[in-house]
Design a protein around this ligand. Structure first.
Ligand code: HMG
Ligand code: MG
Length: 298
């Protein structure tokens, strides 16, 4: 059945901004995060400690964490790919991280300069050290529903890769539809396969990009299967610079509209968040693709 409450894992400041062509000023990023916390979002993925040449948009990660006025009770996780990234995150006093794995060989190469098997050698010391220091580690898994170079990704390969992340010590697995090709039947099949392999839905989050307009339908399907952590980005910002055809994430406002209709608690003030996305759209110089933002701001 449906969960009574959903945790929204807001990725706008990270997934949303990593792909922008024009550099977003640090002050704008900080204001964006401040406004989202004020709207009631309790998990704000803030930035990535990745190689600055690979993602120039987030090269200011250390300055951003330093400049954050952290609201008590709000989590500010960051992406960390390797030990160098972990060192930088620890220097910045970060206590909440996510590693990001690929479910396909090609994306492991394109996004991590690694391989499907090889990537685990990079993650193992990161997770080991972080868990040893009492730091929560989320494990992202990308291309769970298809890969732009390889096409379909076998469900068994996705489940095996995801299980390895959990066995390594990740407290949660976020199933990424990086290029937005998933449909509800595929979501159901993958969730059933994880459960059959002994992974409970409690440890699973979903991360849908909205390229083909299926993100909300996919999310509804995941909720009906008991998933209660959903990734989304304010205003539907987003995309991955290393995956062609990756567009914005499920918009947080669209998610909230649906959760309200289903009577599911989420703790966010929709009006404040819409105002935030309208403000952010002005900063970026283009309108938000979110239908709910459009409907409520016109
Ligand atoms: P590499 O070039 O293979 O790195 O990149 P390396 O280990 O060979 O090191 C080369 C040099 O980079 C060394 O410096 C390192 O110190 C330095 P040198 O000794 O030559 O002077 N270096 C670093 N510097 C700063 N921070 C670091 C770092 N690591 C190495 N962390 C690497 C490998 C993983 C670093 C690179 O491929 C990378 O940064 N990739 C990140 C790509 C990325 O951020 N993609 C977007 C996020 S994933 C996503 O969006 C999907 C998601 O939303 C879910 C979904 O939608 O599916 C999460
Ligand atoms: Mg993503």
């Amino acid at each position: 059945g449906l969960p009574a409450e959903v945790t929204i894992w807001e990725v706008g400041a990270r997934d949303g901004l990593q792909n922008e062509k024009e550099t977003v000023p640090l002050e704008v990023k900080l204001e964006f995060l401040r406004r989202m916390a004020d709207a009631g979002l309790a998990v704000l993925e803030a930035t990535s400690f990745v190689h600055p040449k690979w993602v120039p948009q987030l090269a200011d990660a250390a300055e951003l964490i330093d400049g954050l006025d952290q609201v008590p009770g709000v989590r500010y996780p960051v992406l960390v790919p390797n030990e160098r990234g972990l060192d930088r995150a620890l220097d910045a006093k970060v206590r909440d991280i996510a590693i990001f794995a690929a479910a396909s060989e090609t994306f492991a190469q394109r996004n991590l300069n690694s391989g499907l098997d090889e990537q685990f050698a990079m993650f193992e010391p990161v997770v080991g050290r972080a868990v040893g220091e009492g730091i929560a580690v989320r494990g992202y898994l990308s291309m769970c529903f298809g890969d732009p170079w390889e096409g379909p990704v076998p469900v068994e390969q996705v489940v095996a890769t995801g299980k390895r992340l959990l066995e390594m010590g990740c407290h949660q697995l976020s199933l990424g539809d990086t290029i937005g090709v998933a449909t509800p039947g595929h979501v159901e099949a993958l969730l059933r396969a994880f459960v059959a392999a002994g992974v409970g839905v409690d440890g699973i989050a979903v991360h849908f990009h909205d390229t083909y307009g299926q993100a909300l339908a996919n999310t509804a399907t995941a909720l009906r299967h008991g998933v209660s952590t959903v990734d989304s980005s304010a205003g539907g910002l987003g995309g991955c610079p290393y995956a062609k055809s990756a567009t914005g994430n499920l918009a947080t406002e669209d998610l909230i509209w649906m959760l309200d209709g289903l009577g599911i608690q989420h703790g966010v003030d929709l009006g404040k968040l819409v105002d935030t996305s309208v403000w952010m759209a002005e900063q970026l110089g283009r309108p938000s693709p979110s239908r709910v933002v459009k409907a409520l701001s016109s």
